[in-house]
Design a protein around this ligand. Sequence first.
Ligand code: ZN
Length: 475
Amino acid sequence: MNSGVKYFFLRMGSNTEKQYVKKTGTLFSGLLVKTNYFESAPGMLSGMFLKFSSLKPSRGYIIDPITYVFSLEPEFIRSWQKVDVDKAEKRLRDDLRLGTREKIPRSWIRKIKYPSKRQKNKIEIYNIMKAFRKLADLYFSDNIASVIGKRALAKEDFKDQTLISFVKNVISYQETAITSRYDTSRYSDFKDIIPSPLMILSPYFLINDEDDLKFMVKIWNLFDSQYDKGNGAIVLQCTINFLEDNLQLLLDSLSTIRKNNLFLWIDQFDEEIASSTQLEAYVKFVTQASSSGKQVINLYAGGLSPLLFPFGLAGIVNNVGYGLQRGAEPVKGGIPTAHFYIPTLHIREQVLATYDLLIRNNIGSTKEEFYRDVCSCPVCKEGIKNGVKDFVPFYGVLDFPKSRPDSTKKYPTPEALKRCTFHFLFSRLKEYSWAMNATREEVIHRLTTEINIWRIKKDHLQRLKNIFKKMPSRI
Ligand SMILES: [Zn+2]
């Protein structure tokens, strides 16, 4: 990776996001997918990566190994699965590596509530998800793989040798995820043109205390020695409290690692509601890590993150949909609600809440004012012809869902969700391309302008501006 270049990767998380990736994917520096998603749609994703790499200039891909999920409670990698009644017990025993004498808890098997005709002889089992079973077997040695799904993995589970092979397996998984799919005699000529990932990521687990850090330093060192190519990247996943309380220790530990590419994921950190000291710890980390030569890319960048480019941040990653930042523990998705990204506030709000904010701040009453103070992306230009009064009819359309004929409640239409998503992608791309060449002064000036647009809801902008004013620029 070149220093000075800024990156914006798009994380694709499901097949329904394909339509967005097809239309806007080439505008990003590359695509990123998590291993469990890759395992559930390897053919489609391999084809897509192949296509992206054939473009000029080519767009690469990254497979995030998400090793940390194995240290979470097993509920995050298990799900209810329908199987034939007579196969239920064997499936659980095989997939969860249960010994013949081990009892299967009754709570892991249940009847299907409203079985269809075809499900008459079926039952539900609380099993490990297929992709995670496969990953666990590829990543870990047998003794560790056999506890996966039953309990959270602990640092103590690893001996020196099993840690070495774990790091090696995670590297080789990413290197061969796609090439191994085509590795047959039929494709042997083809193999050379199959692109390998843009970057290879280190394994990672959440850091919440000094012992966790020591363990991660061990992993990073092993990664350093086992993967010596320039596109290796270490991943740092830590809580905001740890980052704030141990900033110097963290920076010192990182300075002993040879790899310069660093993916950062701050857990329990929301750029909008973070305190001044938390936000400052993030900015300081980025500035200081980058002055010691690290290229920091935020794996779950919030709305404010592009503004950190002049202060040393090297890149950001965003999902196609959903929230901007997230915690290590996944949140189960509910009914989709349409959210609108407000570019001049750098936050995302529900459509009606956004409308309310626009009215209360007296913003966007004419279309000219809307384009100036809110957004002028192609989607907004198409739908906002008369200012804010077009906002809800365009972005907040509700209807009875076609997929749920018995619903008594209206939900955002697919059309409304699509508009919100495209607006989100376009406005983030615009923010990114503006910020990649911006100076410290320009970013501070932009914050001042935005603070003046909004009467309320702008405290986070003020907090960031105060921090930036104390910081030297990296450019
Ligand atoms: Zn827009």
